[in-house]
Design a protein around this ligand. Structure first.
Ligand code: DGI
Ligand code: FE
Ligand code: FE
Ligand code: FE
Length: 187
């Protein structure tokens, strides 16, 4: 699989706007990978495919979560979480990506998890800071990302948790666990 073929496969799955976001995530992921010593090619492929399942029908995502042994508690939380694990599954099945590090970076790009790998951190953060994002506080996270990866990741997770809480939404436990892990294992 080369980069152009991967982009072509993804383009068919998502909207024009989401494709632009994806190109932004690729740019930010390569920047972060080079800065923090992650595998540049893996970062590029994980970024290209990270939102592959974003527009799959709700029922199809539900069915895959149940049938493929994914955590069933996902179904009790915001359905925005589902495209990440379902994406990892479909990218393997439909695009033939077998690399477990790439698949895990896709799988955990929305919730995060405890003890994230370097590649998982790069993709989570690239998704948050890509040039097309305009969340309140994103410029501060971009600045931190140029200095310290874990600090930037912690800020991005904190902002996301606060954003969801302010909108009266539930928080998936893995997200809290990811945040706590970073706070409790700071250098
Ligand atoms: O797919 P994207 O829009 O590029 O971004 P994403 O996959 O990081 O997140 C999609 C949305 O999921 C984002 O607006 C926040 C929302 N979300 C809902 N429940 C949770 C959650 N995010 C986290 N981290 N944890 C949750 O429990
Ligand atoms: Fe996503
Ligand atoms: Fe994200
Ligand atoms: Fe995304």
């Amino acid at each position: 699989m080369n980069r152009d073929r991967a982009l072509e496969l993804v383009k068919k799955q998502i909207t024009e706007q989401r494709y632009k976001h994806t190109l932004g995530v690729v740019e930010s992921a390569i920047w972060l990978a080079d800065k923090y010593g992650a595998d540049r090619d893996k970062a590029e492929f994980a970024a290209i495919f990270h939102d592959y399942a974003k527009f799959r029908p709700k029922d199809e995502m539900k069915q895959i979560i149940a049938a493929e042994g994914m955590p069933l508690d996902l179904l009790d939380y915001n359905m925005e979480l589902w495209h990440a694990p379902v994406g990892a599954y479909l990218v393997e099945k439909e695009a033939g990506i077998k690399d477990i590090e790439i698949l895990n970076a896709i799988r955990y790009h929305t919730s995060g998890r405890e003890n994230m790998s370097l590649l998982e951190k790069v993709i989570y953060l690239a998704d948050y800071i890509e040039p097309g994002r305009s969340f309140p506080g994103v410029d501060e996270v971009r600045k931190t990302a140029s200095e310290q990866l874990d600090s930037a990741l912690t800020e991005a997770m904190r902002n996301t948790i606060i954003f969801l809480m302010n909108r009266n939404q539930s928080i998936y436990p893995a997200t809290f666990k990811a945040y706590n892990y970073l706070i409790m294992n700071k250098e």
